[in-house]
Design a protein. Structure first.
Length: 87
C-alpha cells in the first residue's frame, strides 16, 4: 500500500449552528496535536439563512481567533502551492 503524503481532514464548523466555538475547539485540537486544521465555509452571508451558512459576524470572529493563534492561515490553493511548489 502506498503511503499517503498528506492525509488531511476538513471540518465545516458552522454547518449546523452559527457558532464560532466548534471552530475554536477544532483548531485548538489541531495545534495541540501538531496537525493541519482545514476549515470549510460554504456560504458567508450577512445573516445565516440555513444549514451550512455562516454569518459574517461569526466568520469574522473565527478569523480574529485564528490571527491570535500560532498558525499560518491561507486559502487551500496557496497552501498547496507552498507545499508542492506548483503555482
Amino acid at each position: 500500500m502506498l503511503r499517503q503524503r498528506y492525509f488531511l481532514n476538513a471540518y465545516e464548523p458552522t454547518y449546523d449552528l452559527d457558532d464560532p466555538r466548534p471552530a475554536f475547539r477544532y483548531v485548538r485540537s489541531a495545534i495541540d496535536r501538531g496537525h493541519w486544521a482545514i476549515l470549510i465555509f460554504h456560504e458567508v452571508l450577512d445573516a445565516r439563512k440555513g444549514e451550512g451558512d455562516t454569518s459574517k459576524a461569526v466568520h469574522q470572529t473565527i478569523l480574529e481567533y485564528l490571527s491570535r493563534q500560532p498558525v499560518w492561515c491561507a486559502p487551500m490553493r496557496t497552501v498547496f502551492s507552498h507545499v508542492t511548489g506548483v503555482v
